[in-house]
Design a protein around this ligand. Structure first.
Ligand code: C5P
Length: 349
């Protein structure tokens, strides 16, 4: 094995995702101070739970309009779900609590600012149910990385609680609740590929005609989405920001599964803002391009950078070169498209 060690977690293997990352960061498990771990609860309070798997996303096009009066920006946001997954398991408990495991678990908030907690509270409030659940997040999606990891947990908790409480909510009801939680949350539920308009929450599914193979460079530390939008506003101040529109050539490249054509049309209007706040990302983009990526861009608001490769082997080579370049913390490979939030099993609590 070279400087790059392939270390797939058991969970990642079970999900079919692969990782190329530095060794020694696996297995952290975290819980809020003063709360009991899942295994420590009395047997009487435990019951069968529901496990949901939710993908990450990359924005293959992110066209951003001028700031709206409500502070959000109108978008033409082409989402593509990729095969890196968080797994959210919800089991009955005495009170709402969250635990998290995975290499970046220490960065995940375990209070009610976590979208998974907010999802359980919102769904419970709608149906008059106290959200007495233990939500465990097995986190494989980079935290604060521009890959919708927090949104994935919100969508996953919503779907898991809906199943646990036997509510049978329609997809439309769940999508509306997702939109209240955050702009990217509806897409985490839907998966596949979709054009998001409005602030990104109004989705039109898009056809994808083949598999696309990606490498992702995970940076050290996250970037705040509001800060990146704020920097976009600063950089575009005094200019005429055009109304955002989807690129027909990009939509066609997705439909035909043409990686070369998709690479030629990748575009992210937030990229200059992310690079302005994190100039070191330019070196990461160059390293992936030099390693043979067909195209490269910052994922959403960053700081994860995404590299489209011609096939799975090429994606692995790009990931290995990225890690060897020393310009990122971790490199991952993942195929797209991936399905949206899916119930994958019942769990004994
Ligand atoms: O919707 P969400 O909570 O994910 O948005 C986080 C922040 O990102 C917003 O508070 C806003 O600052 C920014 N944002 C935006 N325009 C969008 C989506 C998000 O300005 N369309």
């Amino acid at each position: 094995m070279s400087a790059v060690e392939r270390t797939e977690t058991q969970a990642a293997r079970a999900r079919g995702a692969s990782s190329t990352q530095a060794a020694g960061k696996q297995g952290a498990r975290r819980q809020a101070p003063g709360v009991q771990g899942a295994g420590a609860q009395g047997a009487g309070a435990r019951g069968a739970g529901v496990r949901v798997r939710v993908p990450a996303k990359v924005n293959v096009q992110l066209a951003v309009g001028a700031a709206r009066p409500d502070g959000f920006h109108d978008l033409a946001n082409v989402f593509l779900a990729v095969g890196l997954y968080d797994e959210i398991t919800v089991t009955p408990a005495d009170e709402l609590r969250i635990t998290c495991s995975g290499p970046d678990a220490h960065q995940v908030p375990l209070d009610e600012s976590n979208l998974a907690a907010r999802a359980a509270i919102a769904l419970g409030a709608r149906h008059g149910i106290e959200p007495r659940v233990h939500i465990h997040i097995d986190k494989d999606i980079p935290v604060a990385g521009g890959m919708a990891g927090g949104s994935a947990d919100g969508a996953g908790a919503l779907l898991a609680c809906d199943a646990l409480w036997s509510l049978g909510s329609s997809r439309e009801e769940l999508l509306a609740l997702c939109a209240d939680l955050g702009s990217d949350v509806p897409f985490s539920l839907l998966g596949g590929a979709a054009l998001g308009t409005g602030r990104g929450e109004r989705l039109t599914p898009l056809d994808v005609g083949g598999a696309f193979h990606w490498a992702f460079a995970v940076a050290d530390g996250g970037l705040s989405t509001p800060a990146v939008y704020g920097e976009f506003d600063r950089l575009t101040e005094g200019t005429d920001v055009p109304a955002p529109a989807a690129d027909p050539a990009l939509v066609e490249a997705l439909r035909t599964g043409d990686a070369v054509a998709l690479a030629a049309t990748l575009a992210n209007d937030l990229q200059p803002a992310a690079l302005s706040l994190r100039p070191s990302l330019a070196a990461t983009l160059s390293a992936g391009t030099a390693a043979g990526a067909l195209g490269a861009l910052v994922s959403g608001s960053g700081p994860t950078t995404a590299f489209l490769a011609k096939d799975e082997d090429a994606a692995t080579r790009v990931a290995e070169a990225l890690l060897a370049s020393g310009t990122c913390r971790t490199a991952r490979v993942a195929p797209a498209p991936a399905p949206g939030a899916t119930v994958v099993g019942a769990e004994d609590g």
